[in-house]
Write a protein that binds this ligand. Structure first.
Ligand code: EPZ
Length: 418
């Protein structure tokens, strides 16, 4: 199994490039199932999650090709509408093919994703919305079997769900009549999906508001789209600069997608400057400050950045409570941070109280999920001495050669085999 060996304490400096957001690429790939024409996606990071979804689409007969940072998907000769367990069990977002398959072909069988390390993550909101649109659904042998035809409906999401929003929009764009979705996710990745669908000919109004109005069209066509930059990867490098007191330029980074994180960094005297090409982060005179954090749906503080900030707050001046409102088990990295010398009290499974320490020390630690694992890498970059971060296959799901990018900024990090 691969691991990262990191010798901490190096100030980061130089330029690093961020590519398209993983959490945008995945729904955009699913959207390609809605047309028989090619959908061309630029600014792709060929992450392990992208590979798994490509394999799933190919298993249903779609043609998926990639060259450099471009992915071309054409679903003109699908041989089936079943998404097998071997793919959906590896990656929850693979479940999102349900909406487009049902919307276009009137039937789909998609393996249930099951729970995952960060929480139970049910799919009840997805299913309820499709049922309200007329789908007949039943669960058998671990699969959701859904059949149409769908009709337009007015859907109220009692809770904001990124995935259920993606899935319902993709089901509605080819469904006759006008579907209204109340309380959709407003995450930039959901807006990026809508932007692609509109390029494909979808009629979606109310974008960026609490009510989406979708009038079904009879056919969608191909489109060419550049994926928005990864705001979580951008935040990762910005926090890496902050905890090492470095100065870096994040090419392709966009501060407008991560204002809530930027506000916290500014409190610590990190200077952020957006240019046309990317985001400059100057933390040479940073003084890390404690401040309470509560995760929330966009535009609140992203749950995906919580572990990055937990690391930063471990090294900050003062005490701060971090409260996780989106997932019930997203502090798995905390016991590992404590092993590196962080002073963190686990208040309950929703909150931790962090008292900053001047220094962390290197240790052998284990990642349990993607973002928690990256939080540990950031801690190791700042820590004194050597750390080994194990189980980095979690990290490879969302970061394209993280060690190469961090090395190019002067970090002492190597991928090793254990
Ligand atoms: C997306 O997951 C992201 N994944 C997650 O990023 C991100 O943390 C999350 O949104 C929240 O921003 C991708 O985009 C691939 P949700 P998703 O449905 O869509 C509950 C990462 O590290 N819920 O918005 O699965 C759910 O349990 C990943 O990149 C229901 O109760 O998240 C959670 O408490 C991790 N019933 C809350 O809603 C449902 O039917 C929000 O989840 C669906 C969700």
């Amino acid at each position: 199994m691969d691991a990262f060996k990191i010798n901490g304490g190096k100030k980061l400096s130089g330029t690093v490039q961020v590519k398209g957001a993983k959490n945008a690429i995945l729904p955009l790939m699913a959207a390609a199932l809605l047309t028989d024409e090619p959908v061309v996606l630029h600014n792709i990071s060929y992450l392990s999650d992208v590979v798994v979804l490509s394999e799933l689409l190919a298993s249903m007969g779609a043609s998926v090709t990639h060259a450099s940072d471009t992915l071309v998907i054409q679903a003109n000769a699908l041989t089936g509408t079943t998404a097998a367990y071997e793919y959906v069990s590896k990656m929850r977002a693979a479940f999102w093919v349900l909406g487009p398959l049902l919307g276009r072909f009137g039937q789909a069988s998609v393996s249930l994703p099951g729970g995952c390390a960060i929480g139970a993550r049910p799919v009840d909101l997805y299913i309820k919305a499709l049922q309200e649109m007329g789908a007949e659904t039943h669960i058998e042998n671990g699969y959701v079997h859904a059949t149409g035809p769908l009709h337009a409906a007015e859907i109220f999401f009692p809770k904001i769900s990124v995935g259920a929003t993606h899935n319902t929009i993709m089901a509605a764009v080819l469904t006759p009549g006008t579907t209204i979705i109340h309380n959709p996710a407003l995450e930039p990745e959901a807006i990026d999906l809508i932007n692609l669908l509109r390029k494909m000919g979808a009629n979606i109004q109310g974008v960026g508001t609490k009510t989406l109005t979708i009038t079904g069209v009879s056919k969608l066509h191909g489109a060419v789209h550049t994926v928005i930059p990864d705001r979580i990867e951008t935040a990762t490098f910005a926090v890496a600069a902050a905890v090492t007191k470095g100065k870096i330029f994040i090419q392709g980074g966009d501060i407008n997608l991560m204002e809530s994180v930027a506000d916290l960094l500014r409190l610590s005297n990190v200077i952020l400057r957006q240019t046309e090409r990317g985001l400059e982060v100057n933390a040479e005179h940073a003084v890390l400050k404690s401040t309470p954090i509560e995760t929330a749906e966009y535009p609140g503080f992203p749950t995906d950045d919580q572990s990055l900030m937990t690391t930063l707050l471990s090294l900050a001046d003062g005490r701060a409570l971090v409260t996780e409102h989106i997932f019930e088990n997203r502090f798995m990295h905390v016991p590992e941070l404590i092993r590196m010398g962080a002073h963190i009290q686990i208040v309950n499974n929703q909150s931790v109280l962090i008292t900053g320490v001047p220094e962390l020390s290197g240790a052998i630690v284990t990642s349990s999920d993607l973002r928690g694992g990256v939080g540990l890498v950031l801690a190791a970059l700042a820590a004194k001495g050597e750390s080994i971060v194990q189980r980095i296959y979690h990290i490879d799901r969302g970061y394209d050669h993280l060690e190469t990018k961090l090395s190019s900024l002067g970090a002492d990090i190597k991928r090793i085999k254990l």
